[in-house]
Each structure stands twice: as C-alpha cells, then as structure tokens.
Design a protein around this ligand. Structure first.
Ligand SMILES: Cc1cc2nc3c(=O)[nH]c(=O)nc-3n(C[C@H](O)[C@H](O)[C@H](O)COP(=O)(O)O)c2cc1C
Length: 450
C-alpha cells in the first residue's frame, strides 16, 4: 500500500459551515440549528479540534447572500446568516491557545490595505495563529454589493489576486520586527529607519503604505489558497503555504500534488513550504453499517429543489429546472462557461460523463461534501484511506468538512484521531505555539532585512 514511510506527520484542518457541510445538515435533529448566529457553538467546535491537536480551523466566506431560486434557497441556509469571519476568529482567539485561525478574504472585493491590517491584527491578537485564504470569489453576486454589475472574468480576477497578495505581503513588512523600541529613557517609541513605505503602483492597486500595525508575530500570517484551475495553481505555487482542493482519487491527488509542488521552483520556493490539504467529509460509525445509515439519513433529507440549486451553482449557474432528475446532464452544459468555480464545473462534468450519473445522483454526490470527497466507514477504514493518501504523497494532510455539526466532527475527533495517533501519523502534542510552527513553515524574513 505504501511506497516509503514519511518522516513528517499529517496536518489536519477543519472547515466550518455553521450547521455542517451537508446541504441538509440543518434538518438533522442533532445539528445546532441556529449555528450561524450562535457564538458558543463556534467556541465549542474550536475547543474540540484544539483538544484533538488540529492545525487550523478555517472559515469560508462570501460577501453576499446566495442568488438563485428563493424557494430552494429558503430550504438551504448556507451563506444566508454568517458571522463576519475575522470578527468571529478574533473572539475565538483568546478562548484557544494553539489552534490556527484562518479565514477567507476575497481579493475581488476588498482593498489590500484593509486585508493586510485585519490579518496582521488577528495575528497579534492570537499570538501568531492567523491564516488568510486568498480567493477570487466563487459567488458571482458579490459584484452587486461592490459597485459592479458583473463579476470579474476568471483571468482578470486571478491577475488582481496576484497583485493584491503581493501588496499585502509588502504591507506586512512595513515595520521591521524590532522597530518598536518603546524606550521611555530616550523618549523614542520607534526607530525611523525601521519603517518602510511600500510605494506600490500597479495595474489594479496603488498603495503607498506603510501599514499602521506592527509586523505580525508570524512575520506574515500563513497564506492559504483554494483555487485549482491552471491560473489558480500558478497563484498557489507563487504564494500559498497551504492549499485546499477537491480531490477524488489517489492518482488525481498525486498528480495535483506533484504538479503544484513542481511549479514552485520558478518562484524560488521549496516544495515543503506548501502543504496540500484536500477536503474530506468523513462519515464515521462504530460499524460500517452504522456509518452508511448516518450518511443515508442525511441524503434522504435533501429536497430535490435544493439538490438542483446546488448542482446549478456547481455548474456556474447553469439552470437545470425542467430537466428530468433521473435523466443525464443536458448536452448544453458542455458548452456553458462557468462563471464561478471552474474546478467544481470540471469535476461534476467528469462524474456525469465517466460514470453515467443522473442529475439526482450528481447532486446527491455533491451534497454531502460540497464537491469534496466523502469517506463512509469505521474509524479504521477512514484512517486506512487517509494513511494511504498521505504515505503515497497524494496529500500533506486533510481539511475535514464534517457533514453535520457538532456531531460529525465529534465522531471524527473521538474515533479517527486516536487511530491516526496510534499509527504515528498525527501529532499528540503541538510542536509550537504559532500556526507556522505547527505546519512546519518558515517565518518569512522581511524584504527590507539587511
Ligand atoms: C476548501 C475550499 C474552500 C473555499 N472557500 C472559498 C471561500 O470561502 N470563498 C470563495 O469565494 N471561494 C472559496 N473557494 C473557491 C476557490 O477559492 C476559487 O475561488 C474557485 O474555486 C475558483 O477558482 P478555480 O477556478 O481556480 O478553482 C473554496 C474552494 C475550496 C476547495
């Protein structure tokens, strides 16, 4: 099964959507139904994964409610009532000690100065545990809240993302690490030579700087990235230190892993400085039958209109209304240009064509893990799969996206984590106190360091 024993250990993160990752999670009688506005719920989840020694808790985000068929959306509360993620993580920070705290901030509808400042602040507040997920916005409706009538086109938004990230990193270096001497005796608070103006003038942004926050404890908060298209991979190779990606087969994951790490050399980066963390929806039972039963129960709760809406979103807005649920995906999808995520578009099309799946089967597969991989079984079976992917260099770890919360995550933490630890695949104690230390990433040296 394995080629060689890896010296490093698996990294684990969790992505939290309020009631869980499954579209029908809010209908599960044991999910936290008011989760989107229940702060204690998030604290409980953060403390659960910190007890289990997870690297990071990650919050996805959108700057708009979802567009579409309101009849269907009213049965699916995703992104309808959400806390602003950096506010939420800042509140969780003092109630945790080692857990990394990462959030999405889109480069399409923010300004780099604001993003640099918010994540630098979170890094200080949390003592070096902040992470920023650089995205280009999957939700095309965000445009309407920021003075535009249409979302930026895919290539243009990635162009903007690259310049945006460069500016943010530059702003984080505004102050040398030792700029603030705070010396009452000499009456000097900071050293003038240790303050730097960025003076960036580019195609999309003009930012003088400097940032009005001291250099973050981690130097730079950890940079995450979650786009898997060609340009998405290039952006990741250039900047990302951890990457979220939907991967469904070991061969596909290995190809992605090698491709991404292989692109890093031209940016002068070492492959170990980027961790590939595909999404995983584990449905764990004490027996395989119990796990299957848990999964089928949630699947049975999917309203067909929600299923169609979900699939239409994954296909970049292609309207599936009126098509036979038990028939194939219409031919017209092939020529549809996905406006949102091209990665989910490709994955759905691929399942439809290679596995002859019907529309109903497609949305059912997509529903559980929102396009990520679902593993159903006992702790041993789930750990076996994770081990196989890890030891065979398909991944550096996983982003756990539990189907419903808190129960699905509790199951993973109680049943699978001890199994991974017993096999020596996952830590039993944190290596350090910062997210970088735990992920095994170097602290960036300032661009102005002599
Ligand atoms: C695990 C994961 C989390 C993501 N989180 C977000 C998010 O919070 N906000 C968002 O707009 N896009 C999110 N995305 C979407 C991607 O970042 C990206 O914007 C989209 O997939 C389009 O890029 P691509 O065509 O390069 O894949 C996420 C994707 C993955 C796999």
């Amino acid at each position: 099964m394995e080629t060689a024993r890896r010296a490093d250990k698996m990294k684990l993160g969790t992505l939290i959507h309020p009631t869980g990752n499954h579209v029908a999670s809010w209908l599960h009688p044991a999910s936290q139904i008011d989760a989107g506005t229940n702060f204690r719920h998030y604290v409980r989840l953060a403390q659960t994964v910190e007890r289990a020694k997870f690297d990071v808790l990650f919050l996805a985000d959108a700057l708009a409610v979802r567009e579409g068929n309101r009849e269907a959306l009213s049965r699916w509360p995703q992104y309808m009532a959400y806390f602003e993620p950096i506010t939420l993580l800042s509140a969780i920070a003092p109630l945790t000690t080692h857990l990394g705290l990462a959030a999405t901030a889109t480069t399409s509808y923010h300004e780099p100065y604001n993003v640099a400042r918010a994540f630098a602040s979170l890094d200080h507040i949390s003592g070096g545990r902040a992470g920023w997920n650089v995205v280009t916005s999957a939700n095309i409706a965000e445009a309407y809240n920021f003075g535009r009538e249409a979302h930026y086109e895919h290539g243009e938004r990635y162009d903007r993302a690259a310049e945006f990230t460069e500016v943010v990193k530059g702003l984080w270096d505004s102050w040398d690490d030792d700029a603030f001497v705070r010396d009452r005796a000499s009456g000097r608070y900071w050293i003038p030579d240790k303050l730097h103006e960025l003076n960036h003038k580019g195609e999309h942004f003009s930012v003088r700087g400097p940032l009005n926050v001291a250099r973050p404890p981690q130097g730079h908060p950890v940079i995450f990235q979650a786009g898997s298209s060609e340009v998405g991979r290039e952006l990741a190779a250039r900047f990302a230190e951890a990457v979220f990606t939907p991967q469904h087969t070991l061969e596909g994951a290995q190809a992605f892993y090698q491709d991404l790490k292989g692109r890093m050399a031209k940016y002068g980066r070492s492959p170990e400085h980027l961790k590939v963390l595909p999404g995983l929806n584990p449905v764990v039972g004490r027996t395989e039958a119990e796990a299957q039963e848990k999964h089928q129960f949630l699947q049975s709760l999917i309203h067909p209109e929600v299923g169609l809406e979900l699939l239409s979103n994954a296909l970049g807005g292609f309207d599936l209304a009126g098509y036979d649920l038990d028939g194939p995906l219409p031919e017209a999808v092939e020529s549809w240009k996905a406006q949102g995520s091209t990665t989910s578009f490709r994955n759905v099309l691929n399942w439809a064509r290679t596995e002859n799946m019907t529309i109903r089967q497609l949305y059912q597969r997509y529903a559980g893990a929102r396009g990520q991989r679902t593993l159903i079984g006992t702790a041993k079976q789930v750990a076996d799969h994770m081990q196989d992917w890890f030891l065979n260099y398909g991944v550096d770890g996983f982003l756990i996206q539990a189907a419903y919360l808190p129960g699905g995550l509790d199951d993973f933490v109680e049943l699978v984590v001890p199994e991974l630890q017993a096999r020596g695949l996952f830590r039993t104690e944190y290596e350090g106190t910062t997210l970088r230390e735990n992920l095994g990433l170097p602290r960036p040296i300032s661009r102005y360091a002599k």
